[in-house]
Design a protein around this ligand. Sequence first.
Ligand code: SAM
Length: 218
Amino acid sequence: MDILDPAVERYLEGLAASDDEPVLLEMEELARRNGFPIIGRLCGRVLEVLGLTVGAKRIFELGSGFGYSGYWWSRVTGPDGEIHLSDGDPANESKAMDFLERAGLAEPITYHVGDAVEELASVPGEFDIIYCDIDKGGYPDAWSASRERIRPGGLFICDNTLWSGRVTGESDEADVRSGWTEAIVEMTRAIEDDPAWRSIIVPIRDGVLVAVKSHRRR
Ligand SMILES: C[S@@+](CC[C@H](N)C(=O)[O-])C[C@H]1O[C@@H](n2cnc3c(N)ncnc32)[C@H](O)[C@@H]1O
């Protein structure tokens, strides 16, 4: 199921072509060649605009691959920010740091290798943004681990929350792994039902959930 009409997607991608830059293009080419699921240009823009909107300086990312989404976060914080990337596959760390160094964006980055939720627990303090893009079965635990770690006015952002339309129950596409669709829906419902948070799924690419922690006490 297409989330966006392909013509609309092409239009938006045409606008975002102004971000063409050699290292970014190299990362996108590597993802294409290896079939690696990066967030892509439009979702990258969504992250950058949201990060700039809340003035993010301290960000934790769950599921970082070879640093493509980290590239956009680094554009947000600048070199004096603090960005924690995390991934379970040790091969991704050196690729990410090589790309980010060549793009001049490595300074605020610390890359953690290990289970992302455990790595989050190992870094103390509150974050302006926690971004989640791990295996989808882990989404409910990622949300539970993140919700108390974000400052009031800060954001929890999560990719693939429309999951090619499978979350609607009206898609013919089989789940990639058993239970992933249910886990995405469970997390989305938990956020929707949490009175301290307001959220919306932005239907760009595969659905980007954006949740803001209320300043009000409830
Ligand atoms: C969709 S890719 C991330 C893409 C990345 N956010 C980007 O756009 O550049 C998911 C990544 O999360 C990692 N991953 C999945 N589950 C994980 C977990 N529980 N802990 C740590 N890493 C995990 C995988 O190794 C993979 O590299």
